[in-house]
Design a protein around this ligand. Structure first.
Ligand SMILES: [Cu+2]
Length: 132
């Protein structure tokens, strides 16, 4: 009788832990990866691409939409490395980003299949936005 109760408790605990693990596996990481991927959003017919500059540019590769007016939003947060000196040759953009804050760059709608590169002024860090 006692062993039966212990067995039931073990089965209940195992089910609980397996449930927890499945929950963590199928819900949390998915949401996290979606958050990482969703650096592109469309607000009022305008595409906003969010890129963080700190020790490089993140995400390094962005897949964005073509044929829609676009804003590149560069985020800095205690960025004291050279990624704050940014160059986007395709639009003749060259600037020093503030150590912390948001820098908005409006770009015209891009053709499908085109891409836009950005680098730090020394060319050691880079990012690319692909328009499709
Ligand atoms: Cu650099």
């Amino acid at each position: 009788m006692k062993t039966k109760i212990i067995l039931v408790i073990i089965i209940v605990l195992c089910t609980f832990f397996i449930g927890m693990m499945l929950f963590i596996k199928y819900y949390s990481p998915k949401e996290k990866s979606n958050q990482l991927l969703s650096n592109v959003s469309v607000v009022d017919g305008k595409q906003i691409i969010s890129i963080t500059a700190k020790g490089g540019y993140f995400p390094r590769i962005t897949n964005a939409k073509a044929d829609i007016p676009t804003t590149i939003k560069l985020n800095t947060k205690a960025t004291f490395d050279c990624s704050s000196a940014i160059v986007i040759p395709g639009i003749n953009y060259r600037s020093y980003l503030p150590p912390s804050g948001e820098t908005i760059i409006d770009i015209p709608s891009q053709k499908a299949g085109s891409s836009m590169n950005g680098t730090c002024s020394m060319g050691m860090y880079g990012f690319v936005i692909n328009f499709n």
